[in-house]
Design a protein around this ligand. Structure first.
Ligand SMILES: Nc1ncnc2c1ncn2[C@@H]1O[C@H](COP(=O)(O)OP(=O)(O)OP(=O)(O)O)[C@@H](O)[C@H]1O
Length: 299
């Protein structure tokens, strides 16, 4: 059940929020959707869900349209969290599950599973407004997955969560992927995307500037990072040709190099200057790639 967006465009008046976006979201994978504030991520999710209509282009799932029936196979965690504050957690989750075609018994069995998993089994009879923001978010996540969707769309699922809850949610996302759910999530945190996704897209002013497999994106970026620790001053490295960024001081530094050959030049330059404790050549981080493709234009 591949989700395909072909030349999708969304205009609000004369403003183009999403501009000729063509992406494929493979099934049973976790797909990362990145972009600075206002890049068009939420707008894209809303079009996939049919909450707003695309101005142009096509969105298909398994080569068909996403109609009422398919919408029951989708789970959505919106960016604006919205639960009924006065309702008790179990009543609310059962209500939302029934809207998606589940019966009460199934809903209770699923929600019990998830509340146990999130280590909050005793929240069933508590009102949503009495829970902390992070715990409300867990309940909202449960409401998005209770009906066992085939496609799960998560708009910034990790924002506002403490590190323990981030880990818990990540584990849940991985478990859902392993059970065959296709997942798309947006995030501003590159390390989450790096850890969870095989494929991703970076949007910039509504246009995809990077799209594809994470491994291939890193490989084709060309630039690499060299991390050095030595018992002598390394600042001279910043003046070498092919060194594009330098961070550090004294005997510790991380430099970005144009390509692998430059790292060999650095290695030779270090030779004979003193004791080198570590020398590591690393792939660029997704953060490096994001800053180069998107950040530079904002700074
Ligand atoms: N209903 C609307 N009417 C007019 N403009 C809109 C509407 N919805 C979104 N926009 C504009 O479209 C652009 C993209 O917004 P969107 O919410 O999709 O961004 P985003 O990538 O999700 O951002 P963030 O990371 O801040 O959540 C923004 O400039 C926003 O102001």
């Amino acid at each position: 059940m591949t989700l395909k967006l072909h030349n999708v465009m969304k205009k609000f008046g004369s403003f183009t929020a999403v501009d000729h976006l063509s992406i494929e979201i493979p099934e049973k994978q976790i797909f990362g959707f990145l972009g600075a504030n206002g890049a068009g991520k939420t707008t894209t999710f809303r079009m996939i869900l049919g909450l707003i209509e695309e101005t142009d282009g096509e969105i298909s799932w398994n080569d068909g349209e996403i109609g009422y029936e398919q919408s029951h196979l989708i789970g959505y965690l919106p960016e604006e969290r919205g639960l009924y504050p006065k309702m008790k957690v179990q009543d609310q989750l059962v209500y939302l599950a029934r809207l998606r075609g589940m019966n009460r018994t199934e809903a209770i069995s699923e929600l019990t599973y998830w509340l146990d998993k999130f280590k909050v089994p005793d929240y069933k009879s508590r009102k949503v407004e009495d829970l902390s923001k992070g715990n409300q978010q867990k309940i909202q996540f449960i409401s998005a997955v209770l009906h066992k969707p085939k496609l799960l769309i998560l708009d910034e699922p990790f924002s506002g969560l403490d590190p323990v809850n981030v880990e818990m949610l990540k584990e849940a996302v991985i478990e859902l992927k392993n059970s065959g759910t296709s997942i798309v999530f947006s995030s501003h945190r590159m390390e989450h995307v790096e850890e969870l996704c095989e494929n991703l897209c970076i949007l910039h002013h509504g246009k995809p500037v990077v799209h594809g497999e994470l491994k291939e994106i890193k490989r084709s970026f060309g630039k690499k990072n060299v991390r050095v620790s030595a018992e002598f001053d390394l600042e001279f490295l910043q003046d070498l040709p092919g060194v594009t960024k330098f961070k550090g001081f004294g005997g510790q530094c991380e430099v970005q190099v144009e390509n692998e050959q430059v790292s060999q030049v650095i290695f030779k330059e270090l030779n004979g200057k003193g004791f080198v404790r570590t020398f590591d050549l690393e792939e660029p981080s997704l953060n490096d790639i994001f800053i180069e493709k998107v950040g530079a234009a904002y700074e």
